[in-house]
Design a protein around this ligand. Structure first.
Ligand SMILES: [Zn+2]
Length: 162
């Protein structure tokens, strides 16, 4: 698993409610282009996180939240392990195309939504398959049997944010 972080712009304050960003639009776009398209295409989830406030740093309840999240993830991984019992893989991210076709079926509305993004060039073939795997995981986290349109929409949102 690859987890990375970057500043939103060279000065680091783009979209910050605390301090104004001093970068020009061209500086920001040049900064974002440092990561190549093919590399970005292999990253499934992009999220913007605000700077951590002092109150959050000293908040002891965060440990408890983390424990709850861990339990939910462990349960979800168990579901996936069971799903792939005959496929010799453990989790959704390891699915190859035949498994994606088998386990990531989605309704017509979801197909139309994905078609729009593929046809407009916003989603590559690789991106398309990765979206389905992330949507399967979102559905699993919710305990949903099948992938719904909102799962696809959420997966698209994580990907298209960059
Ligand atoms: Zn800036």
């Amino acid at each position: 698993m690859l987890v990375g972080a970057s500043n939103p712009c060279p000065c680091g304050f783009l979209n910050s409610p605390e301090k104004a960003c001093i970068c020009s639009p061209s500086q920001i776009s040049m900064y974002k282009r440092k990561l190549s398209g093919p590399l970005m295409d292999r990253i499934d989830i992009f999220i913007e996180v605000p700077a951590v406030k002092y109150e959050k740093l000293i908040d002891t309840s965060i440990g408890a939240q983390s424990k709850t999240i861990r339990e939910k993830i462990e349960k979800t991984r168990e579901v996936q392990k069971e799903r792939f019992i005959n496929d010799h893989i453990l989790v959704n991210s390891e699915m190859q195309i035949p498994q994606i076709k088998k386990y990531c079926q989605h309704d017509l509305q979801s197909q139309n939504l994905l078609k729009k993004f593929v046809d407009s060039g916003k989603l590559s073939a690789r991106g398309y398959h990765r979206i389905l795997k992330v949507a399967r995981t979102i559905a699993d986290l919710e305990g949903a049997q099948s992938i719904q349109q909102n799962h696809i929409a959420e997966a698209l949102m994580y990907r298209l944010k960059n």
